[in-house]
Unconditional design. Structure first.
Length: 342
């Protein structure tokens, strides 16, 4: 039987859709009726009218139990998504003329959050006192939908295609050590010279133990040899700052130490090529958060405060990179990324 047009039935389709969803979630017509503040017979009529309009049964009914039919299961899954989108749209529109307020949930890698987000919490909440910020730091991937996250900061690529992303900065990796280490052991002039140094190795999730060093023209691969390896970059940073050896870091993690002269580049003309080389640090959010005022003000605040954190001062790529970011932000970016363990 072909479904009837909604206009021909006089059916309150949205009301019937909400009724069906609540019946399924609560397990009975009477429970749904109590929540919706309707008579049980009214809820039953709405669902019956919906079935008549569609031309298929949606529920198997018994005295004490309801269950979805095959068609009902398909309809229910779509209905849940449509109702969520509609409710979110109504909420966002209501927010447009109001000061940003309400809960706002953000997730980021642990080291990144401690180094860059922790100092920004107070100034952000002073600017937007109506927001209740929930900041979750983890090096595991978070499901933004299941976790209820509004914004995710991450790096690299290979992320979910249903997210909108906004780039913040490049994300290059370099080798560095303390001035005291170089004074004691000398400074390498070429990648081959690293064989004479104590190299502290980060254990990449990808599993390749080699350092692939590129000067933009050629790439040389070396096997770092030293007395420390770890899958935790902050542990390696502590050891490096203590003068133990030369280690690989993403620029955002050591930028301030390089600027202050506490660390120096081991091979200034080289960058490391790995899974994150040339990638970006991003903010990501779900499409239904695009118009949210509180998400927008957080994105703008972070973009302003975090710009250039993955770039060395004076890096020739900075001007080109910032122009690319401005263009990407203007068109809304594209969606997919991943996270590296700190």
């Amino acid at each position: 039987m072909a479904p009837k047009k909604v206009a021909d039935t006089g059916l309150d389709h949205l009301g019937a859709m909400r009724a069906l969803v609540r019946v399924v979630e609560l397990g009975s017509l009477s429970a749904a009726a109590r929540e919706l503040k309707l008579a049980t017979s009214t809820v039953a009529r709405k669902i019956t009218a919906l079935e008549e309009m569609l031309g298929v049964p949606l529920l198997h009914r018994s005295t004490h139990h309801v269950a979805l039919t095959e068609a009902g299961s398909l309809y229910h899954s779509r209905a849940v998504s449509m109702i969520a989108d509609l409710d979110d749209t109504l909420r966002v529109v209501a927010e447009l003329d109001a000061a940003p307020s309400g809960p706002l949930k953000l997730t980021a890698p642990v080291a990144f959050g401690r180094r860059y987000l922790a100092p920004l919490v107070a100034p952000f909440l002073e600017r937007y006192p109506g927001i209740q910020l929930d900041l979750r730091l983890t090096d595991n991937h978070n499901d933004m939908v299941a976790g209820g996250f509004d914004l995710d900061i991450h790096e690299g690529e290979n992320y979910l295609d249903n997210l909108i992303v906004q780039p913040i900065s490049r994300n290059d990796s370099i080798l560095c050590a303390t001035p005291a280490y170089f004074a004691r052991r000398g400074r390498p002039a070429t990648p081959a010279d690293l064989a004479q140094h104590n190299c502290l190795r980060y254990l990449h999730p990808e599993g390749d133990p080699r350092w692939h060093l590129s000067n933009g023209k050629v790439t040389q691969s070396v096997m770092p040899q030293g007395n420390l390896q770890s899958d935790h970059s902050e542990l390696l940073l502590e050891a490096t700052c203590a003068g133990l050896g030369i280690a690989e870091f993403e620029i955002w993690l050591v930028r301030d130490l390089l600027v202050d002269g506490k660390l120096e580049l081991a091979l200034p003309a080289y960058r490391l090529e790995n899974a994150l080389t040339g990638k970006m640090i991003y903010m990501a959010y779900l499409p239904n958060r695009r118009l949210s005022t509180k998400v927008r003000v957080l994105r703008e605040f972070l973009a302003e405060r975090l710009q250039g954190i993955g770039e060395l001062p004076g890096d020739r790529a900075i001007a080109v990179n910032r122009a690319a970011i401005k263009t990407s932000n203007a068109i809304g970016g594209k969606a997919h990324l991943s996270r590296r363990s700190a």
